[in-house]
Design a protein around this ligand. Sequence first.
Ligand code: TPP
Ligand code: MG
Length: 616
Amino acid sequence: MNTVRLTMAQAVIRYMMAQKVDIDGELKPMFAGVWAIFGHGNVAGLGEALYHVQDELPTYRAHNEQGMAHAAIAYAKTLNRRQMMACTASAGPGSTNMVTAAAVAHVNRLPVLFLPSDTFATRLPDPVLQQVENFHDHTLTSNDCFKPVSRFFDRITRPEQLLTSLPQAMRVLTDPVECGPVTLAMPQDVQTMAYDFPGHFFAEKVHRLRRQSPDKQELAAAIELIRQSKKPLVIAGGGVHYSGALSELDALVSTYHLPVGETQAGKGALPWDHEQNMGTIGVTGAASTNALAAEADLIIAVGTRLGDFASGSRSMINPNARLLCLNVASFDAVKHKGQPLVGDARLTLSEVQWALGEWQPEGAWIEKAAQLRAEWNKTVDIATTDRGTNLPTDAEVVGAVNRAAGEKDIVVCAAGGLPGELQKLWRTRNDRGYHMEYGYSCMGYELAGGLGTKMAKPDSEVFVMVGDGSYLMLNSEIATSVMLGYKIIAVVLDNRGYGCIHRLQQFCGGPGFNNLLDDCLTVEGGAPKTDFAAHATALGARAEKVNDIQELEAALERAKASNVSYVITLDTDPLRDTKEGGSWWDVAVAEVSERSEVEEARKRYESYKTRQFQNL
Ligand SMILES: Cc1ncc(C[n+]2csc(CCOP(=O)(O)OP(=O)(O)O)c2C)c(N)n1
Ligand SMILES: [Mg+2]
């Protein structure tokens, strides 16, 4: 047999390079690159292997392992999971730094290949530096933390295990149902061990998106359900993007005048000014869509996990509405007592369209939707207009950035008050123009995610909108963006603290405590004002501070003209957010308290709870 003698690490890399994806008939590498921060555990194994192939498979050096994994996640999301990246980190802290990012990838169903270094399989030098010695179970290492946040986990303790493990790893990364993070823990000694691998193992392998047709019976039942409906509402989730079902969704909802509400992951499924796009749905949704949800007799959920933000913690949707769940994963399709329609969105939406025939929703429903939509658009106009106050709201900043963004540009965000404002107010012009990590809503995703987004779409401007809290939590990848020449534009909204959690605290009856910097334990004189512009400049970016929306608009033009990452910071109001739209969100309030405000909040909470269980 034709064999090739390679180390385990060399074999992993060679195998990765042999994987191709078919994107609309064009073959592209499945792995666009490898993020790596070396240390003991990978520098002499994977590091050695990557060095030899750097012209074909680039290795990118980041500044923080969580950050680089966020970039990998954003890359895969921007390219609708078709192409992806791998991440390798050193043994111990380098690798556990990626665990949070693995969770981000897991909940958002995004593919990343994690290659954390592991302790010696031989155990001869134990305990090695950075080894967490478990007293009762010697098979456990700190990499076992990846297990609950990986869709597939293996520890490669002999090189030949790759022969069975790698095909499974690739299957999960490319499977529309199981897609998510894959972790292959890499003991440092095994990385360097050689084996005679069969040559055919490294033959080019082309992955094509598996499109699952709907089951005939489920389809017939779904058609029946839709035909009975007079007031249907479609919820479009991230699955619409990952399936590439945009035109099919457009065709169906345009033909049948179906109003559509978009989730955070689904936003951009239709352009904002599409007649059937009612705005977004849920806790931070549009008033138009939420009003329709409260009255609809049928919810057609397409490619959504139906998280609490989409369903108003199950309180928002008409209790008598039926629910039809079109999803490629049966896991999601049976949620909330929904009627499952398991299948690929692109295929299934077309089949639904073929089968529906002459049916139409009630005329009054179509008119009502159009009217609510027009009203909501006016609300958005007003909320995003500069009022000229000296402390702008997040909404006014969203308006300015939205106006500065061109047709193919992208906004990136993840946590804080901004996701809600953006979901309500951002007008998405292209399908991938709205990049929100709101499955894990991980502070610190924003700047690194912006970098990964830019790597995926270098011809688009990438606008990262980030709060002062998220910026301070993880900003190291600004330096990486400068170093690699992938320019991002970051707008830092400095409201001196965790504004959204402060507001949530007040809603739950709490006094301002430990969220806004003014309410925290500090030295005398309070927390110093962070100079974000000076900080970003120190990392190599261009940066400036502006004082109002007008100055922001001018600065955004300078940022667009810059070829280096550009950070603009401005002070914003921590207390005001957009009150229009939205719905209740289930955040548990203390049952007993010495504060009357808490008792009142609890009463309000209990009244919402009674609605919750009758619904979805
Ligand atoms: C890693 C992480 N830690 C904590 C939280 C909980 N959390 C959500 S938003 C938020 C505050 C964000 O502050 P900032 O970025 O300044 O945005 P603002 O709320 O002021 O708009 C916190 C602490 C989180 N989502 N992620
Ligand atoms: Mg803040």
